[in-house]
Design a protein around this ligand. Structure first.
Ligand code: UDP
Length: 253
């Protein structure tokens, strides 16, 4: 394939110029980082699994009318996405207490929250992605009040969808992070779910055993990260097409 122009390289993905205007190619790397990249490793196969899982979740969201940047998967590690203007906020939804919420408020890990809680963090690695309020977001012009309302409603729809999909395979969606982008259609803008949805950006616990099946396995040295992600993919019926991992038999017409 001809060399494409690299537009951006992040911790887990690379963005290349897409084949048509308004598109990008999103490449999933095997790199894992945590604690603002203080801990890092290469986990063979992680990029392939996240490419598949993100495709699965984005396709499902589209099917229920939640707009996303995803167009189609191109190969094992790449997907074609719409180019969007990323809003510089991490949108976090929490169903149970975990991670920074426990540290900040002294709530025991795993405690059910009275309702899903939506939080915003300012995307800035140098500052460690600090939690910000709606006041900060509007005052500093990162998003308008209308955008905020739309972001909360998108995030809660993603939460309902993801919680249901996970519950069906015996996994509790504890919390997750999404990124949201603006797409311009003439003079109008629309907000869409962008970036990725994968076990890198969710907390997923086995409902029966409480086993962690997400990036905390890497953060907390709990075992092999690729095995945990493979288990999520296996339960969802999403596995890379290769000779060693057959999914289900197909009828030949
Ligand atoms: N998260 C993420 N990227 C970040 C920060 C958080 O994907 O830069 C996800 C994280 O995996 C978890 C949720 O957002 O599912 C809430 O994370 P939390 O605020 O508890 O931060 P953490 O303790 O993971 O740093």
């Amino acid at each position: 394939m001809a060399r494409r122009k690299k537009l951006y390289e992040g911790k887990a993905k690379i963005l290349y110029e897409g084949p048509e205007p308004g598109t990008l190619v999103q490449y999933f790397k095997d790199d894992a980082t945590a604690f603002n990249a203080e801990k890092r490793d290469v986990i063979e196969g992680k990029g392939v699994l996240n490419n598949r899982l993100s495709e699965f979740f984005m396709d499902g969201l589209s099917a229920i009318g939640v707009p996303t940047h995803f167009i189609r998967r191109l190969n094992m590690r790449e997907q074609l996405v719409r180019s969007v203007e990323i809003i510089p906020l991490e949108v976090i939804v929490r169903n149970r207490a975990a991670g920074s919420l426990c540290k900040r408020l002294g709530i025991p890990e795993g405690e059910a929250l009275p309702r899903p809680i939506v939080e915003f963090c300012f995307k800035n690695d140098d500052l460690g992605d600090p939690l910000v309020s709606e006041e900060h977001i509007i005052a500093f012009g990162w998003a308008s009040q209308q955008d905020l309302d739309d972001m909360v409603s998108l995030a809660l729809r993603v939460n309902d969808f993801m919680s249901g999909v996970m519950l069906a395979v015996g996994i509790r969606l504890v919390d997750f992070k999404i990124e949201i982008g603006r797409v311009w259609e003439g003079d109008f803008q629309r907000l869409v779910v962008a970036d990725e949805i994968s076990p890198d950006s969710c907390r997923l616990w086995d409902i029966r055993t409480g086993e962690k099946l997400d990036k905390d396995v890497f953060r907390q040295d709990l075992g092999n990260l690729a095995d945990a992600y493979t288990e999520v993919a296996r339960r969802l019926g999403v596995l890379p097409n290769n000779t060693t991992q057959m999914t289900k038999p197909h009828l030949i017409n």
